[in-house]
Design a protein around this ligand. Sequence first.
Ligand code: GTP
Ligand code: SPV
Ligand code: MN
Length: 599
Amino acid sequence: MSNEATTATTLTKNANLLAWVKEIATLTKPDQVVWCDGSEDEKRRLTALAVSDGTLIPLNQEKWPNCYYHRSNPNDVARVEQLTFICTPKKEEVGPLNNWMPPADAYAKLGAMFDGSMTGRTMYVVPYCMGPIGSPLSKIGIELTDSVYVALNMRIMTRMGKPALDMLGESNDFNRGLHSTLDCNPDRRFICHFPYDNTIWSVGSGYGGNVLLGKKCLALRIGSFLGKQEGWLAEHMLILGVESPEGETTYVAAAFPSACGKTNFAMMIPPKRFNGWKIWTVGDDISWMRVGPDGKLYAINPEAGYFGVAPGTSNASNPNAMKTVMKDTLFTNVALTKDGGVWWEGMDGEVPDELTDWQGRPWKKGSTEKAAHPNARFTAPAANNPALSFQADDPRGVPISAIIFGGRRATTVPLVMQSFSWLHGVFFGATLGSETTAAAVGQVGIVRRDPMAMLPFHGYDMGSYLGHWLEMQHSIPFPPKIFMVNWFRQDENGKFLWPGFGDNMRVLKWIVDRARGKVGAQETLLGWVPKDDDLDLTGLDISDEQLAKATRIDLGEWDRELSSSLEFFEKLGATVPEPLVLQAKILLARVKQATAVKH
Ligand code: GTP
Ligand code: SPV
Ligand code: MN
C-alpha cells in the first residue's frame, strides 16, 4: 500500500475522498491502490503495463503512433440495458421504462460481489472532471476501478487527474463510482445508479458505457436526475457550430439515438457547394445545458474525447474522424491487418485479403462474418479533431439556437420538419422513434420509442422528465427552435433515399437559417418544412422522385405513427404531461380529418 500513501497525500488532502477510498479498498482488498494524476509519465507506465498483461496490443507505431488495440470478451461488446438499474427508495421515481432495485438490495447484492474482488489486482483511483475545468456547469467524479483499460480510456474521455482533484479541493460533492470487471460473467453483470447518493456501482463488464462511468452513468443518468432538481438539462446530444462565410457562428445541439449519426454530424465536412462554410465540433455525444445570463440556453460538452463507432467511418463519410483516430487512439473490437494496422467494414480502399477478426480469429476476404464487431469503437482525444471548436473548452459553454431530434426510420418521418412551438418540439423529441442498433445488446432493427434519444439513459421517471422539458421553456427567455430530421428513410429496395453525411449540411443550412429567421417555410399538418427550392441541392445527384420520397408526408403512415405515440404515452402512466397527450390528439384529429376529405 506504499503507493497509495505517498501518491494520495501529494495529490489531495480531501478527507471525505481519502476515507471513501480507504473504505472501498477495505471491501475490495486490492493488492495495491494507484492514484491517477493524469500525467504523460503515468500514461506511459499504464500503457506499458496494459501491453505486458495482454490488455492492449500495440499497433504499428510508424503508421499509427501511440495507438493500441483491445479485444473485449465476446460476451461483453455493448451496453446491457436489461442489467442497468436505477436505485431509489420508491419504484415510481424511476418510472416504467427503467429497471429498478431498492438501494439496500443493490448495495447488498453488489457489495457481496465487490467483497475481495480486487485481490490480486490493482485498484486505480481515477479522478475526473466532466466539463471544462472550473466551469460552474462541470461536475467532479472519482472512479475506482480494477481495469487499466478503463483508467486509460477515462484519461482520453475526461479531464482526468490532478486538475480534477484541484477543482474538487476539500469538497464532498463528487460522484462516487466503483467498478470491478470481476470475471466478466454476464450472470454477474450489473450497472447500478444511486442518484440520491451520487453513486454508481458497476460489476462484471469491461465495455464502454457499462464501465466508463463518467459517460452514460454520470453525465446522463445521474446528470438528468440532478438536472431536474437544479433546473438544467443533461442530454444525449452532439453540439456543433456552423460558421458562415461571413464568420457568423450558430450553435446547434442534436439528439439521435445510439449509432444513429451524432459523431458523423458533429464532425461533418460540408460539400463543395458550401465553400466558405465550416462545421466546428463542440461535442459528439453528450450536452449539459443551462440558461445563461443573457437568457439563451448554453451548452457544454462534459467529455474530452470521442468513444465513436468504428464501422462505417471512412475518408468518404467522416474525414475528420479518420484524422482524429490516426494517433493517440485506443481501438476496441475492430479487426487487425497483417502490418499491425486496424480495419473495419466500411473503411476506404480495398478489403484486405486476410485479417485477424475482432475475436482474434483468422479472417479471409469474402467471409460472411464481419471482421470488426458492428459496435467496435475508437477512443480518441477531442484535441486530435481538426474541426474541434475553439469554444469547446469555454467554461461558459456555447449558446444553442436550434435543437434537432432524429431517429433511424425507414418510413414515415420526412427529411426535416420544424416544430410549431416549444410544446410541439418537445413532442417531436418525446415521440422520437428509432430502429435499434448494435450499440446495445439485443435484436437490431426494431422500431422503438426512444424519447429524446434518452430511453437507455434517463435517470428518473420518463413522464416527469418530459414535464421538465416543458417547464424549461419558462426559464429560457430566448429558447432554441426545435427540429426533427431523418437521414435513414429507405426506398422499396431498402436503399437510403438521402445521401446523408456531408450532404446533411444542406438540411443544417435550412435549420440555421430558420433559427435566425432568414428563410421562410411551408406549413404542413405535422410541422414547417422547406419550401420548394429552399433546400440547396446544387451539385447533389438526387432525382426529383427520390427527393420527393425522402421528404414525403404520408397521412396513412402518420395516422399509425400518432396512434402509436398515443399508446406510448399511455404506457408512461399518470406523469406524462397532459399537453403532450393533447398535442398528439390534435395532430391525429387533423390527420384523420384530412384523410377523410381526400377520400
Ligand atoms: P453513439 O456513439 O452510439 O451514440 O452513436 P452516434 O449517434 O455517434 O452514431 P455515429 O455517428 O457513430 O453513426 C453510426 C452509424 O450510422 C455509422 O455506421 C454511420 O456510418 C451511420 N451514419 C451516420 N450518419 C449517417 C447518415 O447521414 N446517413 C446514413 N445512411 N448513415 C449514417
Ligand atoms: C451509446 O451507446 O450511445 C454510446 C456508446 O455512445 S456507450 O458509451 O457504450 O454507451
Ligand atoms: Mn451515445
